[in-house]
Design a protein around this ligand. Structure first.
Ligand SMILES: C[S@@+](CC[C@H](N)C(=O)[O-])C[C@H]1O[C@@H](n2cnc3c(N)ncnc32)[C@H](O)[C@@H]1O
Length: 245
């Protein structure tokens, strides 16, 4: 009892020594418990959403998680159209598009031989970043198809975009544009945006990327010429933007 009385007296006086020795550590402890409790609740909520397994396996949680939630919106809202990726390289992201849209045709546009010389020249004129010439050459159609769970859905469009799109007559629910340079990004937005279903989405990778500065130039040029298309900056690893129609 004496201890509690002494404690109560000290609490009433609230001397700096008492605050320092007892009250502050006590509140710090409570805040730690509260934070821990909050983390447990968050993990429990996310797990209970029954997320696709790839969301947890990949390095860029925000990018992959956004793809999954967008696919969910597309299915829940019965948005029609097929899906596409412009800029496939080794198919690392395309495999998840293929997995999460199992009933849609997946168009895969890439030179499969790296950047186009004219696009690189434009980039140099803009004083934007372009790495050495051998980048993105280490790929093949077989390598990409080997990663696909639903290979039968894949339509390979090998060669320079937008030329490879000339014979495509389709509409889209989801498109990922990941071609790094301003010119193919600009061309990709013009080509896909008009073919995007209402309620569909386009991701453009690298918009806020520190190095690939051409991405923002391509996006802004399209937005200005089209007459103001709203987009949402995503806080994923590369600073993508999302267009929604
Ligand atoms: C960053 S990589 C794509 C990475 C891939 N999306 C991923 O997540 O793993 C960029 C790709 O865009 C392709 N590309 C760039 N410009 C192109 C164009 N005009 N036509 C077709 N493909 C192009 C390159 O060949 C390269 O494979």
């Amino acid at each position: 009892m004496d201890f509690f009385r002494a404690f109560y007296r000290a609490y009433k006086k609230r001397t700096p020594a008492f605050l320092q020795a007892v009250i502050r550590p006590f509140w710090r402890f409570i805040i730690k418990i509260k934070t821990l409790f909050h983390c447990v609740i968050c993990v429990k909520t996310v797990v209970s959403w029954k997320r696709a397994d790839f969301v947890y396996k990949t390095f860029d949680y925000v990018r992959h998680s956004s793809l999954e939630l967008i696919a969910r919106e597309i299915y829940e809202n019965n948005i029609g159209g097929n899906v596409a990726e412009l800029g496939v390289f080794q198919g690392d992201f395309a495999q998840y598009i293929n997995q999460i849209f199992p009933d849609r045709k997946l168009y895969l546009f890439d030179t499969f031989e790296g950047f186009n010389e004219n696009d690189v020249r434009t980039e140099k004129t803009n004083k934007s970043y372009v790495p050495d010439n051998d980048i993105f050459k280490n790929t093949s159609i077989n390598m990409v198809l080997g990663k696909m769970r639903h290979k039968e859905n894949c339509v390979i469009k090998k060669g320079y975009f937008p030329e490879t799109a000339k014979d495509v007559d389709d509409t889209f629910a989801f498109v990922n544009i990941d071609v790094d340079l301003s010119e193919p990004i600009y061309n990709g937005l013009w080509w896909f945006y008009s073919r995007l279903e209402k309620g569909g989405y386009i991701f453009v990778h690298d918009f806020n990327h520190k190095r690939w500065t051409g991405a923002k130039i391509g996006v802004k040029k399209f937005v200005k010429e089209y007459g103001g298309v709203p987009y949402f900056p995503l806080s994923d690893g590369a600073g993508s933007v999302i267009f929604m129609k």
